[in-house]
Design a protein around this ligand. Structure first.
Ligand code: BTN
Length: 252
């Protein structure tokens, strides 16, 4: 099924297909640690039974209908404080994929959830292995809802729900890998500012007044962008506040 002929330099040249597994991120971390797979390798499954999400959440995906996979990157050119740029390129590559498909109103809900028409279509879990001052390897795990149409969660959607088209999963994966490679090469060439600006331009709720929760209370604020550490900048009562991952919740 995943006999991939990716039109890329290195991304997806090595594909490990598992009919089922607990978590492609966990499998990729294990295979990477034992040096069985290298940069650009992709671990993909049809049935992920214990998918992991951000903030210790789980990721559920109907068997055979969606993409659940993890790619291996070796961004030794990035310093540890720059690791948020990996979230940026993965989010932008998903945005590129959906834009190419003619989908509109795609937004990135900070730090890296992908939304279409205010419903979540994809999530990203990045797990980095650090050595001294560098990122020795990065596992970029993606859950993309593709052909599933019935969800337990009200706020979820899929490519098919939006476009009314049926997708071949391996084709979607090939296209995504080409976009990820293009974004990764831009990152490697040092084009950080442009990537950050594109990411900010796609931010969900940017420049809109909304309610957030942090440190035990709700407050009103306006998302302005992110800083170089990848923290969310929110203008609240004319004071600019910055939040790290897990320090703020979107309310309404
Ligand atoms: C989130 O939205 O919380 C992130 C979800 C990430 C899910 C993907 S599916 C493939 C990879 N393997 C995992 O266990 N998780 C990621």
């Amino acid at each position: 099924m995943y006999k991939i002929l990716a039109n890329t330099l290195f991304m997806g040249k090595e594909i490990v297909f598992m009919p089922h597994c607990q978590s492609t991120n966990s499998e990729a971390i294990r295979l990477c640690a034992e040096k069985s797979i290298g940069e650009g390798a992709v671990v993909v499954t049809d049935h992920q039974q214990a998918g992991r999400g951000q903030r210790g959440n789980s990721w559920e995906s109907a068997a055979g209908l969606n993409l659940t996979f993890s790619t291996v990157l070796k961004p030794a050119f990035l310093a540890i404080p720059q690791q948020f740029l990996l979230n940026v390129i993965a989010s932008l590559a998903l945005t590129d994929l959906m834009t190419e498909d003619g989908i509109e109103d795609i937004r990135i809900k900070w730090p890296n959830d992908l939304y279409i028409n205010s419903k979540k279509v994809a999530g990203i879990l990045i797990e980095n292995q650090l050595s001294n001052t560098k990122i020795s390897s990065s596992i970029v795990g993606i859950g993309l809802n593709v052909n599933q149409e019935i969800f337990h969660y009200e706020n979820a959607t899929s490519l098919r729900s939006v476009t009314r088209r049926d997708y071949v999963l391996s084709d979607v994966l090939i296209h995504f890998l080409a976009h990820l490679e293009a974004r990764y090469l831009k990152l490697r060439s040092g084009n950080h500012q442009q990537l950050l600006e594109e990411y900010e331009a796609s931010l969900y709720w940017r420049y809109e007044r909304h309610t957030f929760y942090s440190e035990g209370e709700n407050f009103e604020g306006v998302i302005m962008g992110i800083n170089h550490a990848g923290q969310l900048l929110v203008d609240a009562a004319n004071e600019e506040r910055c939040f790290g991952i897990q320090q703020i919740t979107y309310i309404s």
